[in-house]
Write a new protein. Sequence first.
Length: 815
Amino acid sequence: MKIDSRSPTAIDFMQMSDRVARLASLSRQWERFDPTRIAGSVLDALLGLLELDFIGLRFSATSHIFLRVSTTATAPKDASALRVALSAVLEADDRQRGSATSIAIGADRWQIARVSMGAVATIGDIVAGSRRVAFPDQDEQALLSLAAMQAALACREIRAQSERLLLDPSRTDELTGTQLAESEHRLRLIIDTIPALVWTATPDGMVEFVNQYFLDYIGDTFDAVGGLNFYAIFHPDDRDNLLSTWQRTMASGRGHDVEGRIRRKDGEYRWFAFRQNPIVDSAGNVVRWYGVITDVEDRRRTADALKASQAALAASEQNLSLIIDSLPILAFSARLDGSADFINKQYQDYVGLPAERILDWGYIDCWHPDDVEPMLRRWSEDLNSDFATNRGRIRRWDGEYRWFHFGARKITDANGAVRWFGVAVDMEDLEQAELALKVSGTALRTSEHRLLQIISSIPGLVWAADTRGGTTFWSEQYLAYAGMHPEDVLGTGFHDHIHPDDRQRVIEFADATVKSGTSAEIEARLRRADGHYRWFLIRANPFHDENGALTQWFGVNIDIDDRIRAEAQLHQIESELARMTRVDTIGELALSIAHEINQPLMAVVTNASTCLRWLSDARLDVQKAREAAERVVSDGHRAGDIVMGLRAMVDKSPPRMERVDLRRTIEDVARLVRPELQRRSVALFLAGPDMPVTVWADRIQLQQVVMNLMMNGAEAMSDIGVPSRHLWVRWTIASDDQVVVRVADNGSGIVSGLQARMFDALFSTKPGGLGMGLAISRRIVEAHGGQISAANQEPHGCVVTFTLPLMISEATPCR
């Protein structure tokens, strides 16, 4: 029967023949391969020939599955889950060999085919998988069986060769050839499945073998690490150290350990411990190097976390020591018998002696001689109680004795050790003594450790909360301020204590702070016992245990109401001062302003007269009379605009932020001050983009800045010749979305040494000047998000530059 080479049957036949030929050619490559490399070769070939999603192979002598997964979109993404599913298939009844079934991973399912390696005595199984519903068809099943048979024959041939090599009569009494071959086969499988990177190298460092686990980890072939290619898998930062260590190890001929990072097949670098040992001959020469590389990433991370925790604990202890040393009282701790084992820095500074002179019983030398006996007697009486008090005089560093009140409490720690913790408070001033005794007594009655003593003396409203932000403690000062009881504020009960307008903002702040686990602060109003609200700065800080775990939150609320009210008054004063400055400036321009208003008023009179003349003419010309009347209206509006502008500049209305055309603002100010500049023989030049330049600003404040800078420039040129008095105002748009305005004159410039004080309040170089113009200008510019500066320019004169953010939306500046 003749087959047409162009028919589908002929094409399928040719494709099948090509696949069979390619599989047959594999056996010629396996002559020097071991079973694991044969397995890898078969899997790589079948994965491409059959366009599979995955394929695996397991030898009967091991539970390890040699696995290949394609990079197609239909391939499984979780290799670990795939190995578990394939293990279940391979553990199934032997009668299922050769039959098709399927596996599922999550919501995805793959058709699989399982074939044995060997017809009678199988040495393993091959499992292939594909999303194709018809997989495997007859041809695919045949190719899988052919490949499995070829691999089985090749593995048996390798084993037979090993057995023939072992027929040496001198060793038959130790181990039969078959047993040795099987032992070597099992050993190779064990080495390939060891969960570590195993390798061997020649005496000169050429890698000649790595196990399959090594290749699976790096996701590459032996060629990628064989010979001297292994350095490419090292982390670039570790490469030089690892290679130099390896060279020193080879030169020494002794084993050595080192750590470095190796790139995994997914590109991630992990830390490994490199251990290598040589095999030497009878002469002591290295004949081969053997090494194992084990993953130590988790150990290193654990060690790093431990170091960070220890550092945090040390910092916490240091902070506690600093706080105790900063307390304005003499703090101490003592053993059960009364001998001191700790003296804070304040104590040492007060008596002017180092700690070693005061510890144990040395502190008695600092007492007044007349007080030693009664104080020791009182101390011995209190040793058997839980609380001790005393009164006596302590010698200050300058020799003066001052009366102190002593209070101490006996504390037993978790280990059963008993210590006294106490303070000595200066009683010389009765008022200070009573306050100190009250704070000390409250702390000693309500606390059994140092932290609560510190908290009780903090000048603020102290509180504590659990890890979720629920209140667990309010200081007595806080409860007294709010007029509340402890049970009223536990959990989230404190919310009613917050001003209604601030409540939601504070709650959101608390939630965000708890999530971040970091220190934070916010300003809000808190209700006092009489119902009055005051502004407070609320600060929250996390507290961690010795393991670094967050255990609770501590915070303090500091009263800033007076500061905020003072700032508000200051802003009001500054606003009024700015207005008065504008009034003062307009007063200086009175003559020019009168001239500016007089022009449209004279035009009104002239045009009104013309209109009357046309109306009284016998030859009444209505059109000309109307035109004259329209000019009267226009000139009236122009005069009104000038008056309204002046009124706005002296108005007390609060600042109003809006879209402002900076170019028009500069031109309006220029029109207002130009007559005054002409009177001073100053030529004014304006230069900038011929388009609106929009900023988000208060129009009146912006006019004040421009007018102040123009008038300052004009006044700076009063001492130079008339022909050369020039004033330039230039505005440009910078690349960083900023508008840059420069006001320059050609006057005498800034006096050397005074440039740094140009914008200071109450500083002026003008006779009779208030020194507030530039200071107010700076505050206005900075309040608008800009900056202002002044400098001399060549060959003479001064230039003042200020910037403002350019608007990018209807109501939002660039920054």
